[in-house]
Design a protein around this ligand. Structure first.
Ligand code: PGA
Length: 335
């Protein structure tokens, strides 16, 4: 099956037009997109590229892993901007071990095609980060489930950004509801962790979301806004542009099989974007990637990912099964 991709038409003067779409013939193996400028300069396309509006024509080529090149044609400057990325992240929680993580990697690597428009990340337990980094396909990024806000010291039981980074993690989850419920994490701690993750050049994956009682009382929007404002305190627009992910995880949908309706999830993700925009400005609000988490699986992913302000998903249950996880990545790739 051929795959269809969209490229948003966004120039560096921030004008945007309708996205253009093109079809890539389906082939086995990894591939990457390269923009070749008229002067021969090549730019790998992996998400965000801003083109210089003084250059008029671009040629888009698909370079296959075996070296073959498929010419996708020439485009005018205003037609090329950035590939619309989706973000599929796995949170393994306190699951897996050396043996099952190795088996996961072998099975996953044999089916994963590394679609250029999907950023894939897995956060295993800290003790498995190094192993997974070594075993899993190189297109998969690795994250930590938690990083304390100091880089070293007498903090028994904690993991530091510097240590997990040296094992291969470049992402870290913050404020997951299970850390709040079982380990007494606070928004103040989450804010300090976010600041330190950014200072270590890692990407924070900031979770927020309401309990069922809060939704029943109609408090979900103000609670999520309060969480976002607290977690992003003292962080500048420059620091968060393109460098932060926010995940809306309604607590009542985590691990319960009760998925939030796509329209409900969209409503909250649009609200999160509006909160970030009101704290900073429109480009910052646009640059923050917003994900949904809570019983996302291969049957509901397409409807959730079709929502305009849902850029991806954070999955736990489904991320532990190589076939399911890969299916969701492929669904994201075809959105
Ligand atoms: P779930 O967990 O996909 O198993 O519902 C999501 C999460 O807690 O991040």
């Amino acid at each position: 099956m051929a795959m269809e991709y969209s490229i948003a038409q966004k120039l560096n003067d921030n004008t945007s037009k309708e996205p253009i779409t093109f079809t890539i013939p389906s082939e086995e193996g990894n591939y990457k997109l390269t923009l070749t400028l008229t002067d021969g300069t090549q730019i790998p396309v992996n998400g965000n590229i801003t083109v210089n509006s003084t250059v008029n024509t671009y040629n888009l080529k698909l370079t296959m892993s075996d070296g073959r090149v498929v010419d996708l044609g020439n485009f005018e400057t205003e037609e090329i901007g950035e590939i619309i990325m989706k973000y599929i992240y796995g949170n393994w929680k306190m699951n897996s071990d050396v043996s099952t993580a190795t088996t996961f990697a072998t099975q996953f690597n044999s089916i994963f095609t590394n679609p250029p428009n999907v950023e894939v990340m897995i956060a295993p337990q800290a003790s498995l980060i190094m192993l997974l980094k070594e075993k899993i396909a190189s297109g998969v990024k690795i994250g930590a489930q938690s990083c304390y806000f100091e880089n070293s010291g007498a903090y028994t039981g904690q993991n530091s950004c510097t240590a997990v980074k040296s094992c291969g993690a470049t992402y870290a989850i913050v404020n997951h509801s299970e850390q709040i419920e079982y380990f007494g994490y606070t928004l103040d701690r989450g804010n300090k962790e976010t600041i330190n993750i950014i200072a270590n050049d890692m990407i924070p994956i900031i979770c927020c979301g309401e309990k069922l009682e809060q939704r029943e009382r109609g408090q979900q929007f103000c609670w999520v806004e309060y969480q976002i404002r607290s977690l992003l305190q003292n962080i500048t627009a420059n620091q968060i542009q393109d460098a932060v992910r926010i995940v809306y995880e309604p607590i009542w949908a985590i691990g319960t099989g009760k998925v939030c309706a796509p329209t409900q999830a969209q409503e909250m993700c649009a609200h999160i974007k509006a909160v970030v925009t009101s704290m900073y400005d429109e480009p910052t609000g646009d640059s923050v990637k917003i994900l949904y988490g809570g019983s996302m699986n291969a049957s509901n992913a397409a409807a959730l990912l079709a929502q305009p302000d849902i850029h991806g998903g954070l999955l736990s249950g489904a991320s532990l099964k190589p076939i399911d996880f890969n299916n969701i990545i492929n669904i994201a790739a075809s959105r």
